[in-house]
Design a protein around this ligand. Structure first.
Ligand code: BGC
Length: 267
């Protein structure tokens, strides 16, 4: 069981990199360096486990079981199992991932979808704090991840990166993720046109009160957010690309009274 404490370790497994840090849960900030190792080619379970060990070693917490550990993963996560695999090996589909990491690391972990935990970080400590109604956080990276939070309650595994485009083969993330911009060497303006289509569609479907944009590219928000014309306010994630680490860490710990509370719909 996770213990109640004010520090925890967060690991954010992404399509291209695995990032980790020690997080102060009162402040919602990293209190260590941010460590990063590349996601192994093919992202097979045993290789990803080894890479997670490596990043925990770098943080010097691999053997410290007194500090709770949260792990975020880029797939649908239900009851500790991964149910999809868009940018990782197909072996993760229907895989007992939480148990696999717990056995492999020799400790309890808390395990959840990467975009969902980034959403939780932004509700507890960032751009979505205190916002009523529906907040949709999207992460723009290798894929597009989404977190839907209604009045502070997370509705897990929304997977809005896989909306289909009528008449096209590629789904939303194949067309509009940051990786599509890099792959096709698009200008900010050309990429923003794709994002315009994406956010228009999500806005039409859900009428959110706020969009929050996370993922690695959120540090360049000034380059593209002003190009989007939406009725819904759209802001960068306060914690930029650290939201996954912070959210994973904060989910790993029973929330002490003094911490900003967030409810979570059970997955
Ligand atoms: C996955 C999501 C994930 C997102 C961002 C998508 O391809 O299906 O589960 O949140 O990428 O990593």
């Amino acid at each position: 069981m996770a213990t109640s404490t004010t520090r925890a370790v967060g690991v954010d497994i992404g399509g291209t990199g695995i990032k980790a840090g020690v997080v102060d849960l009162q402040a919602g900030e990293l209190v260590s360096d941010r460590m990063k190792v590349p996601t192994p080619a093919g992202a097979e379970p045993k290789d990803v486990l080894n890479a997670v060990r490596e990043v925990l070693d770098k943080l010097e917490v691999a053997d410290d079981t007194d500090i709770s550990l949260g792990v975020a993963f880029p797939a649908i996560v239900k009851n500790g199992r991964t149910l999809s695999a868009a940018n990782v090996s197909d072996k993760w589909i229907g895989f007992e991932a939480e148990k696999f990491f717990e056995d492999g690391l020799g400790r309890d972990i808390h395990f959840a979808n990467d975009a969902d935990v980034a959403g939780i970080a932004e509700v507890r400590y960032g751009a979505a704090k205190g916002v009523d109604g529906l907040v949709i956080l999207t992460t723009l990276g290798t894929g597009i991840g989404s977190a839907m939070i209604y009045d502070g309650v997370l509705i897990p595994n929304s997977e809005l990166g896989h909306l289909q485009r009528a008449g096209h083969k590629r789904d939303a993330e194949g067309y509009a993720a940051y990786s599509a911009m890099e792959r096709e060497e698009l200008s900010w303006e050309k990429w923003a046109k794709r994002l315009q289509w994406y956010y228009d569609y999500v806005q039409f479907l859900f009428s959110p009160d706020l969009f929050v944009v996370g993922g690695g590219v959120s540090k360049h928000a000034d380059e593209f957010l002003h190009l989007l014309k939406l009725d819904t306010p759209i802001v960068p994630a306060v914690h930029r690309n650290n939201a996954g680490i912070i959210g994973a860490a904060s989910l790993a710990v029973a929330v002490p009274e003094a911490l900003p509370a967030v409810a979570q719909a059970s997955a």
